[in-house]
Design a protein around this ligand. Structure first.
Ligand code: PEP
Ligand code: MN
Length: 339
């Protein structure tokens, strides 16, 4: 829409789009409003929206994903998500830190205090864990969520935690500020749609063997339900290389930014599976323009139930964050903290 378009113009365009059976997705930017028309291409074309009052331009989006595509964003504006006064995206760099898994009250609260004092933006921790083996510890479930709520109450840090099963959505919503979709669930479409309907911010991790297009289609499932608060997360993919667990795809950062307006977060922990590689990968990601990092931290990783070898020590987290902040500054970003 033109910057001068009135509210009446906008509503009337929305009506026209919906009159042909398409769905209108208005996105109100600071200066202009963009209205996504998702539906049968020919029907939408026949509306002659170019002629309509207040319309600046009609742009056909050729990609299979629409709402997550860069073309959908007005004037190249990027999505910036606000969570409890912290901004994600744009010039902001978010540091999401915490244990792989909520193992106990003590381990969780100790880590939460350590990362909060060092300046983390949000706290992570899984109560429901996607484990490769059904015989491995599956997470504390509801009890884990209760502990996360306590961590938030004590530190004020927003909580990022994984939802694996749509049946747990109510319980997760009580605690989570950001719902994490694990790599293994990236293509669980009913789960994505359910999260879309909640409107809650969501961090979608790239599947182990998923292309960027598939990741953006996963985001599309959430956006389509009217939830604009989507973050994309690169966490390492399967390649022919066997020297490390997964290959962290650094190129995904500039590529996703070219393809999409959504914030891009990087997980430097799960690809190497080794603590000593977490810092170099974090620096690379931050310098390459990532909008944030989600990293695993534990007070004594030797005793961690899950992902011990890759979790960084909570007492080394402050020094780690300082270095990552410097790399983020190279890319023009400042650490996101409570307003
Ligand atoms: C995790 O974040 O602890 C996790 C299980 O990640 P992923 O889904 O990327 O394997
Ligand atoms: Mn983990």
């Amino acid at each position: 829409m033109k910057p001068t378009a009135t509210e009446e113009d906008i509503l009337s365009v929305i009506d026209r789009i919906e009159s042909c059976g398409a769905k209108a997705h208005p996105s109100r930017g600071e200066e202009v409003t963009v209205i996504g028309a998702v539906g049968d291409r020919e029907h939408v074309q026949r509306l002659n929206l170019e002629q309509h009052a207040g319309v600046e331009q009609v742009v056909p989006i050729l990609k299979p994903y629409k709402l997550s595509s860069r073309q959908f964003a007005a004037h190249g504006e990027r999505t910036v998500i606000e969570i409890d006064g912290r901004l994600i995206g744009g010039d902001h760099f978010s540091m999401i830190a915490g244990p792989c898994t909520v193992e106990s009250r003590d381990q969780t609260l100790t880590t939460a205090h350590a990362v909060a004092e060092a300046g983390a933006s949000m706290f992570r921790g899984g109560a429901y864990k996607p484990r490769s083996s059904p015989y491995s510890f599956q997470g504390l479930g509801q009890e884990g969520l209760r502990i996360l709520a306590e961590a938030k109450a004590q530190t004020g840090l927003p909580i990022v935690t994984e939802l694996m099963d749509a049946r747990d959505v109510e319980a997760i919503l009580e605690v989570a500020d950001v719902i994490q979709v694990g790599a293994r669930n990236m293509q669980n479409y009913p789960l994505l749609a359910e999260i879309g309907r909640t409107g809650k911010p969501v961090l979608i991790k790239r599947g182990l063997s998923s292309t960027l297009e598939e990741l953006l289609m996963a985001a599309e499932y959430v956006l389509k339900e009217g939830n604009p608060n989507v973050m994309l997360c690169e966490r390492g993919i399967r390649t022919f290389e066997t020297a490390y667990r997964f290959t962290l795809d650094i190129m995904a950062i500039p590529m996703l930014k070219e393809l999409s307006h959504l914030p891009v977060i990087v997980d430097p922990s799960h690809a190497p599976g080794r603590r000593d590689m977490v810092l170099p990968l974090s620096l690379a990601a931050a310098a390459a323009g990532a909008d944030g990092i989600i990293v695993e931290v534990h007070p004594n990783p030797e005793e961690a139930i899950c992902d011990g070898p890759q979790q960084i020590y909570s007492d080394a987290f402050g020094a780690y964050l300082e270095q990552v902040e410097r790399a983020a500054a190279v890319a023009g970003k400042v650490l996101s903290a409570a307003a």
